[in-house]
Write a protein that binds this ligand. Structure first.
Ligand SMILES: NS(=O)(=O)c1c(F)c(F)c(S(=O)(=O)CCO)c(N[C@H]2CCCc3ccccc32)c1F
Ligand SMILES: [Zn+2]
Length: 262
């Protein structure tokens, strides 16, 4: 299995030893600050196709020891990108109950509470995620910044199942729903740059779209995310809480395109 973590001897400073790309170029996440932003009027609103799946379909929610991920249907696609990208999975990154600042991307040096990633692969060129994951035009990730505010019934469709995936390798099946409900309402305002997977193997293969507008979940929902899950298996004598599963921002000497004027 993947021998890496966010803490201690296998933490992110050691990733490059086993996963060379993690010490390479085009690494994510990054901080968005004014002097690296460049407005680009050709950046079209993000168009989602096939996201409104039938509730007879099921999504599988899995604790993989690094995050909680949900399988998605490959009939879910993102248009308005250079190629057609089909959905593979979504997962989250978060902090802990004493420091609720676990987003991966930051704006003006500021963390948000958490971050949702919807991972897609270039289905025009590649058969599946695994063959696309290490190609420079292989992946497109939609990133949604999450802050504390109103209770969010759409996020609750995932969060309400955490008790069934508390431990590594546990999974549960949930009724499919329109994942577009998890996105902000402004799909025309986003940051765009070429970067990488934020976990090993850190392939520089991701076209990142980070929406400008955060979504809200309640304090109770965020606490559930920060306290329900473990990186370890149910019978492990040394349980490890799944917290702070975000990579620190990377050095970045390029421009980030934005689809909006300030
Ligand atoms: N932040 S991130 O870069 O978007 C990101 C994660 F943070 C993350 F934890 C995962 S993971 O849950 O699979 C655990 C670590 O691989 C992924 N998986 C991707 C990349 C690896 C290969 C693969 C194969 C099939 C489906 C998804 C994926 C990931 F892309
Ligand atoms: Zn991620």
């Amino acid at each position: 299995g993947s021998k890496w973590s966010y803490l201690g001897a296998e933490g992110e400073k050691m990733w490059a030893k086993k996963y060379p790309f993690c010490g390479g170029l085009f690494q994510s996440p990054i901080d968005f600050h004014d002097d690296i932003l460049q407005y680009d009027s050709t950046l079209l609103p993000i168009e989602l196709e096939g996201y409104n799946v039938s509730s007879f379909e099921q999504f599988i929610l899995t604790n993989n020891g690094h995050s909680v991920k949900m399988s998605l249907s490959p009939t879910m696609n993102v248009r308005s990108l250079p190629n057609r990208y089909s959905a593979a999975q979504l997962h989250l990154h978060w902090g802990n109950r004493n420091k609720q600042e676990g987003s991966e991307h930051t704006i003006g040096g500021r963390h948000f509470a958490a971050e949702l990633h919807i991972v897609h692969y270039n289905s025009d060129q590649y058969l599946d995620m695994n063959s696309a994951a290490d190609k420079s035009d292989g992946l497109a990730v939609l990133a949604i910044l999450i802050e504390i505010g109103q209770f969010n019934p759409s996020y609750e469709k995932i969060f309400s199942h955490f008790q069934n995936v508390k431990y590594k390798d546990q999974e549960t099946s949930i009724s499919a729903f329109n994942v577009q409900e998890l996105l902000p309402d402004r799909l025309d305002e986003y940051y765009r740059y070429e970067g990488s997977l934020t976990t090993p193997p850190c392939y520089p293969s991701v076209l990142w779209t980070v929406f400008r507008k955060p979504v809200q979940v309640s304090q109770e929902q965020l606490l559930a995310l920060e306290t329900a899950l473990y990186c370890t298996q149910q019978n492990d004598p040394a349980p490890l809480e799944m917290v702070n599963n975000f990579r620190r921002v990377q050095e970045f000497e390029r421009m980030v395109l934005v689809s909006f004027r300030q």
